[in-house]
Design a binder for this molecule. Sequence first.
Ligand code: ZN
Ligand code: ZN
Ligand code: ZN
Length: 377
Amino acid sequence: MTRGPDAAPFAERLRRAGEVSAAHGVDVLLVTPGTDLQYLIGVGGESHERLTCLVLPAAGHLAPPALVVPRLEAPRLAGLPLDELGVEVVTWTDAEDPYRLVDDLAGGPTHAAVVDSMAAAHVFGLRDAFGDVKQSLAGPVLRELRMRKDAAEVAQLRAAGAAIDRVHARMAEFVQVGRTEEEAGAAIAAAIVEEGHTGAAFVIVGSGPNGASPHHGVSDTVLRRGDVVVVDIGGPLPSGYYSDCTRTYVLGEEPDASVRESYAVLQDAQERSVAAVRPGVTAESVDAAAREPITAAGLGERFLHRTGHGIGLDVHEDPYIVGGNDLVLEPGMAFSVEPGVYLDGQWGARIEDIVVVTEDGCERLNSRPRDLVVLPG
Ligand code: ZN
Ligand code: ZN
Ligand code: ZN
């Protein structure tokens, strides 16, 4: 397990998790390893057949929070501020039933909520131990918290944005005529680590027609002069917070006028969408701000995905910037604004920045030029 930062933000998150649980009529949250656990106590833990589970009673319930861990793994918690957070560590041995232990610690709930990522084996183990206690997903509770980033989280997302910007700034080193997308992608992945990430979570190098497939990864296609190349890259910092940034390049020479023309529409759409972000507007209105100019230019059918996704400890999380989502934006919400246009069999383009909603607008966490940059080739 990796060490989390100082205890204060986690104390606040645990307190709020208890409050929001109570507001949702949930008596206890059951949190197994994953990003929800990482969010709440600073370590994500590891998931395997032996149960590790944070038992977090809602506000107003007397039972203290407890972290149930296999005895052989307890030494790995040394150094975590669990004492400071008021979280009691309760170990179990292989001869014991950890699900009954969780049930004992839960304080007799009538409604328990389990994290969305919990392994089915544990879900069923708890279901048996809890008998006829109502059980539901904890997602609706935890999204309320995780969607609104605190200052420590915004600082991490800002650092992640700066780190991935440094990789895009070096793109001429990686994306070169005669290399395959795979070769370029491997060099980019190494740079993602060099610039401060613990790994490259995804590397898309979509050249020419491959760029028209939004989730193309890399292939053995050789990069050619004149190719339009979509580069969408990101990964986690040691803190676990993700970067995610797309820029579109051209290799070695000016593209066709028609490419410039469509790209200008896309760039305008991305600007308008970012400009639409502020507290009090809906997620779908930000999507509409990107979609309207693209549709007006006759490219509506070519913009075939939502405008963005939330980002934090997970690279895709709430809030989703999509038609039909009437969620009202609030300060601290962080998400991508990434419209794209995809011309089947020809080329594609996407521009992606991460933004954080501020008191009166938003802060962009990526700052590389957004125009169609011609690389030397
Ligand atoms: Zn995506
Ligand atoms: Zn992306
Ligand atoms: Zn994205």
